[in-house]
Design a protein around this ligand. Structure first.
Ligand SMILES: N[C@@H](CCC(=O)N[C@@H](CS)C(=O)NCC(=O)O)C(=O)O
Length: 206
């Protein structure tokens, strides 16, 4: 049985959504990041990087949302969670790479720096986040889904970060209408609602 380690509302929600969209057979295990469970020896034995998600499979452990989502999508081709065309698949991978390497770190710096950022440092971090949201709004999110008409695993991934932004009050409806519409559409999906419920969290209204 596949075992997905997650923390409620954190980035592993993207993998959790992909598992529900795929109709995969799996179990989920909660890791309390605030309590530091990700740095406990038992968890470090699974993922020495000390972060969630981690996916335990019969073949070994997988980490990184982008990889876990791709793998589960490939195991359930009937669900069409990745583009069939190789070039479009590469484009989706590029989006997920950007989300992992650019959007996520910018949001983490703004929202989770300890001690919290203040003054000029916070202003700069907020500007960096807004620039990335603008890039997604104007260029990366084709609409209605990230890849255009096809819903893919990239949509659940983007929604995790726009959900954080909405919770933080920075997903401005005038500045980011497409991102807001996208988040609403993703949160309305039954699979997403199952993943949120499994994590004990709620959709976030605009
Ligand atoms: N690029 C990684 C990022 C993983 C990551 O940073 N996870 C965060 C939660 S969003 C975490 O577990 N942080 C705990 C810590 O840094 O102690 C992925 O997508 O899987």
């Amino acid at each position: 049985m596949l075992k997905l380690y997650y923390s409620p509302g954190a980035c592993a929600l993207a993998s959790h959504i992909a598992f529900e969209e795929a109709g995969a057979d799996y179990e989920s295990v909660k890791i309390d990041l605030k309590a530091g469970e990700q740095k406990a020896p038992d968890y470090l034995a699974i993922n020495p990087a000390g972060v969630t998600p981690a996916l335990v499979t019969d073949e070994g452990v997988l980490t990184e949302n982008a990889v876990i989502m791709s793998w589960i999508a490939d195991l359930h081709p009937d669900r069409n969670l990745v583009p069939a065309d190789a070039f479009q698949r590469a484009r989706m991978d590029a989006f997920n790479g950007w989300a992992a390497a650019s959007l996520h770190p910018a949001l983490s710096r703004l929202m989770f720096s300890r001690p919290p950022l203040e003054g000029d440092a916070r202003d700069a971090a907020l500007k960096a986040v807004k620039d990335k949201l603008a890039l997604a709004e104007q260029h990366l999110l084709k609409g209605p889904f990230v890849m255009g008409d096809q819903h893919t695993v990239a949509d659940g991934y983007l929604s995790v970060f726009t959900r954080w932004c909405r919770l933080a009050g920075i997903l401005d409806g005038d500045a980011y209408p497409k991102l807001n519409t996208h988040l609403d559409a993703v949160q309305a999906r039954p699979a997403v609602q199952r993943a949120l419920k499994a994590q004990g969290i709620e959709p976030v209204g605009g």
